[in-house]
Design a protein around this ligand. Structure first.
Ligand code: PHE
Length: 452
């Protein structure tokens, strides 16, 4: 079975495609803000520790399940669980991926609209105008749905071309472009007058701000940013060849994700501080605060001024698209393998179903009063249920599964292939999956519900 499966064609394809899944909106709309608010360089140090102590081991765990299972996430777990109830983790991961896809696509669609708006000059105006533009747009029943369908169209197109000709090729093109765009905007932002204040804010370590909340925040961000617990890593790993070194790949992907997050900070803070606007996080950062920053910081620069906003939304759309592709793939491969249909048919099921979920989420924002559950509109509800509930639960179960259930020989084989496995590394990995990661994830969950 492992031999029959399509593989990524090259090492760089493995890294870029998987890093594409990890690098997404989380790197740009959340990490910079959390860093600035939580002690600058002190937060970065904690985050780096989280990535190495927890994030990378969890990635390795998902990779080894995926490569050994050599099939969709649900079946990979089923194979390893040998009939026990542990197999349900795979289904839960696929379901989480499915639910997140629709809502992630809505925000990705917003990014596309903002590309269009910056080309058409619709984003020029005072802060009140920018806020009302965003409110009017996100509450509109039609336009966001249109853009959600457009982004699904692009994703669908890439997915139906398969693993090598679709996902790998697209990632090889999009990820380097993303880096170039990011670097161009970072340079433009850092050259602005007064930019050093922003750089200081981002990097000046302030250990007095480091509290328990900061630790838990860094942990949660690390899981989300590395796409852990949603079947994406497991699915992509099922396309790794036997030659792929799981350990080094996980380290490289973790570092790329971290680099993009820090560069995003170097793009946002210098620009914001140079015009005296204090940045916040989430949708309001990228769709309200930043258009204002761009207007005030760059618009006076002749010729290139208006282009910075355009480049920024292009960057954001690329980051979102590569993550969306990985989410789509988790479900596509699930449907086509489990229902024994073609890849194309599987992709259509996902595209249509997720377009519907996306449309409902999007419309619910404008219809808060009539379409809400537990006091949240469906958009926020999806965000909460998937991001804060299902994701940590899947992550926790995955660690326990790798640490306690999978036969040790399989873990050893997967880790040692194409490289000697040092005994100390294996023991450390097992200890992390058995105790360290589960306890940390449990702490994040209890903290989210204000229980600690
Ligand atoms: N890692 C992505 C980000 O940083 C989010 C994501 C999570 C994407 C899980 C796919 C799967 O935005």
């Amino acid at each position: 079975m492992a031999e029959e499966r399509v593989n990524f064609g090259s090492k760089i394809g493995v890294i870029l495609a998987t890093a594409g899944s990890a690098v997404g909106l989380g790197n740009i709309w959340r990490f910079p803000y959390m860093t600035g608010e939580n002690g600058g360089a002190a937060f970065i140090l904690i985050y780096v520790a989280c990535v190495f102590i927890l994030g990378i081991p969890c990635m390795i765990g998902e990779f080894l399940i995926g490569r050994h299972g050599a099939s969709n996430t649900a079946r990979a777990y089923t194979r390893l669980a040998k009939g026990s109830n542990w197999r349900w983790i795979g289904y839960l991961e696929v379901l989480t991926g499915f639910l997140i896809t629709g809502y992630y696509a809505v925000v990705s669609g917003w990014c596309l609209n903002y590309i269009y708006a910056s080309i058409m000059g619709e984003l020029k105006g005072d802060p009140a105008y920018i806020t009302s533009y965003f409110t009017a747009f996100s509450n509109d029943p039609i336009r966001p749905v249109f853009w959600t369908i457009v982004i699904f169209g692009i994703t669908h197109f890439i997915i139906v071309h398969g693993v090598r000709n679709g996902i790998e090729k697209a990632s090889k093109l999009m990820m380097p472009t993303l880096f170039i765009l990011l670097l161009v905007i970072v340079v433009a932002a850092c050259l602005l007058p007064g930019a050093t204040k922003g750089i200081d804010f981002l990097f000046k370590p302030d250990f007095s701000k480091v509290t328990r909340d900061v630790f838990l925040g860094a942990l949660g961000q690390c899981f989300y940013s590395l796409s852990i617990g949603m079947g994406c890593l497991c699915t992509y790993a099922s396309y790794f060849s036997r030659q792929t070194n799981i350990k080094t790949s996980a380290i490289q992907i973790g570092l790329i994700d971290l680099l993009v997050a820090i560069l995003a900070g170097l793009m946002i803070f210098p620009a914001a501080f140079s015009v005296g606007i204090s940045p916040d996080s989430g949708p309001s950062l990228i769709f309200i605060t930043l258009p204002n920053v761009f207007n005030q910081a760059f618009l006076s620069i002749p010729v290139i001024g208006w282009g910075v906003a355009l480049l920024f939304y292009a960057l954001l759309s690329l980051a979102a698209l590569t993550s969306l592709i990985s989410l789509h793939e988790v479900n596509t491969v699930f449907f086509y393998e489990e229902l024994h249909i073609t890849r194309k048919a599987g992709a259509w099921i996902v595209t249509i179903a997720c377009c519907l979920i996306g449309a409902i989420c999007s419309i619910s924002i404008g219809q808060k009063s009539s379409m809400s559950l537990f006091g949240m509109d469906l958009f926020d509800l999806f965000d909460f249920v998937t991001g804060q509930l299902m994701l940590p639960i899947c992550g926790l179960l995955m660690c326990l599964f790798v640490g306690w259930v999978i036969p040790k020989q399989i873990v050893k084989d997967e880790l040692s292939n194409w490289g000697t496995l040092r005994f100390s590394f294996y023991k450390l990995f097992l200890f992390t999956m058995r105790f360290v990661c589960p306890l940390c994830i449990l702490a994040i969950m209890l903290h989210q519900f204000h229980l600690i």
